[in-house]
Write a protein that binds this ligand. Structure first.
Ligand code: HEC
Ligand code: HEC
Ligand code: HEC
Length: 456
């Protein structure tokens, strides 16, 4: 749980400093010795911030306090059945689904009304000081699940091509083995797997693999629990096969931030060609196929514009003037407000692409430039701004405006920009309704954010 807190706290700290003008000022969820809030609703047992309901800041376990609170105040929008339609696809119905939002600081940021987070419960009164304190103390205490009813879900994906110690093996050990195999634990069988040297020794002597594969002659591990998945065992096997190396400087089981491949500077894009996947698809995703318009669910006027096949139904290759996609955007009747009409440059792109044969083509180009003006802002303009502009954000961008440096910096700083473009757990995958950005483009974001997101 230390890992969880050390990740959550910097985000919370930054945002809380910004949010000095907040309605409630609650102590931050810090590790150990959290002092209760000073003020009216402090430590009394039965009188609390919510008037008739009692609220006790000394009680804050998940099953009896935090979960009922969330079910009462949030499930209307963030329930298993309601999340898709009213909660921006954020499902908080189980402990496992809630936990990523604790870890990435967004649960706290949203209920504390910290800058850079949507204030929750949306449209309702902020939680009482006492309720906020309960959640804050629960987080500070390690956000534990004290009931057997809820089960922490396994990591959602298991990729056998990934087997670095820091990012794959150490987290697997932490989740499945360290509960017993740490110093001073009566169940450790004399083996401390928090020390890299020990892990390596057991990797090299065959016992690690023998025990997790349940090979005859070894004690089956994790003891008394379900065997690791085939994929996880493959990850161990490959890591050991590659020399059981420690790719991190320290021995700790906390993984470093995700590594991204370095940008590749090569480009095969012709300046005279307009490519479907590079230019037209992002444009249409942001101006036509958003939820509520020409997506596969709404199909406004019976028109779906999600895939190349959908889109080319409204195109006559080689003949822009005879193509509905071009004529309807040129006449200005589409896209509908609040999405802006196409600019002359965008109309020219659509026209050129159709006249060049309306191919499902793409090119690879990635600039290693990671300045705001030459790297980040152009990426946002191409892939995001249609939904995240000042005028469109409320309707199609989850109220997130990415049209200015100042606004982008807020999301860069609170981790959500990177979390969303890198498709991290606990973030909505962006750009929405489009393919994920290339590794090189994601690396551009990372490089710029790591440099402190300067306005350069
Ligand atoms: C009336 C519906 C509604 C209720 C009630 C509601 N939410 Fe939300 N929530 C949303 C929507 C919609 C979003 C997406 C962002 C937006 O539109 O502002 C969201 C976003 C969030 C986010 C992501 C916010 C961010 O900025 O990172 C969190 C976390 C969250 N809600 C938690 C909660 C919690 C906890 C409660 C209860 C205390 C709650 N919500 C109650 C509708 C709701
Ligand atoms: C519930 C406690 C518990 C858990 C969880 C657990 N172990 Fe063990 N492990 C033990 C004990 C106790 C022993 C000593 C042998 C025995 O009693 O079976 C042991 C022995 C071992 C051994 C030596 C096996 C041998 O054949 O001599 C290895 C290697 C090992 N564990 C690795 C792991 C790994 C890797 C995990 C996680 C995937 C894990 N253990 C999870 C309790 C546990
Ligand atoms: C088709 C419209 C659309 C496009 C294009 C789009 N977004 Fe979003 N974005 C949304 C919506 C809607 C939300 C609110 C959450 C949800 O519904 O998933 C959102 C949420 C976000 C969030 C908050 C996510 C989180 O979980 O914290 C960030 C950050 C974000 N977008 C950045 C981007 C970036 C960067 C791009 C371009 C690379 C982009 N978006 C492209 C519609 C879009």
């Amino acid at each position: 749980m230390n890992k969880l807190l050390s990740r959550a706290i910097p985000i919370v700290l930054v945002t809380a400093i910004v949010a000095i003008a907040c309605v409630h000022e609650i102590p931050l969820p810090l590790t150990g010795g959290v002092t209760g809030p000073t003020g009216s609703t402090g430590t009394t047992g039965t009188t609390g911030g919510t008037g008739t309901t009692s609220c006790d800041t000394t009680t804050f376990n998940f099953s009896t306090v935090v979960n009922p609170l969330i079910q009462a105040k949030c499930a209307a929008c963030h329930g298993a059945a309601t999340a898709a339609s009213s909660g921006a696809s954020i499902d908080l119905s189980t402990y496992a689904k809630l936990l990523p939002y604790v870890t990435n600081g967004r649960l706290w940021g949203s209920i504390n009304h910290s800058a850079g987070f949507s204030a929750m419960p949306k449209g309702g009164a902020q939680l009482s000081t006492c309720e906020l304190t309960q959640v804050s103390k629960w987080i500070a205490g390690g956000a534990k699940n004290d009931t057997a009813t809820f089960v922490v879900a396994p990591p959602p994906t298991c990729d056998t091509t990934k087997f670095l110690f820091s990012t794959t093996i150490a987290p697997l050990l932490k989740t499945n083995c360290i509960t017993c195999h740490s110093a001073g634990n009566a169940q450790n069988g004399g083996i401390d797997l928090t020390l890299f040297a020990v892990v390596q020794a057991y990797a090299n002597n065959g016992k690690l693999l023998g025990s997790i594969k349940h090979t005859a002659g070894y004690s089956a591990m994790p003891k008394g629990m379900a065997q690791l998945t085939a994929c996880e065992i493959t990850q161990f096997t490959k890591w050991i096969g590659a020399g059981a190396k420690n790719d991190t400087a320290s021995v700790v089981v906390t993984p470093p931030p995700p590594t991204t491949p370095p940008p590749t500077p090569t480009s095969n894009c012709s300046p005279d060609t307009v490519y479907f996947q590079n230019t037209i698809a992002p444009l249409i995703a942001q101006t036509c196929s958003m939820a509520g318009c020409h997506d596969a669910i709404t199909k406004a006027s019976g028109v779906t514009l999600v895939t190349y096949a959908n889109i080319t139904r409204y195109v006559t290759a080689g003949n822009a003037a005879g193509s509905t996609l071009y004529t309807i955007t040129k006449s200005g009747s589409m896209p509908r407000s609040p999405i802006a009409k196409y600019t002359t440059a965008q109309l020219t792109q659509v026209q050129t692409w159709i006249n060049q044969g309306a191919k499902n083509n793409f090119c690879t180009s990635c600039d290693t430039t990671s300045t705001y003006s030459k790297g980040i802002a152009p990426l946002i303009t191409t892939y995001c701004i249609g939904c995240h502009s000042a005028t469109s954000a409320a309707a199609s961008g989850g109220s997130i405006d990415l049209s200015t440096y100042t606004a982008v910096k807020v999301y860069a700083t609170n981790g959500r920009l990177y979390g969303s473009v890198n498709h991290d757990l606990g973030y909505s995958a962006m750009p929405k309704n489009q393919a994920q950005l290339s590794a090189c483009q994601i690396a551009q974001f990372k490089k710029w954010i790591d440099a402190g997101s300067p306005n350069n």
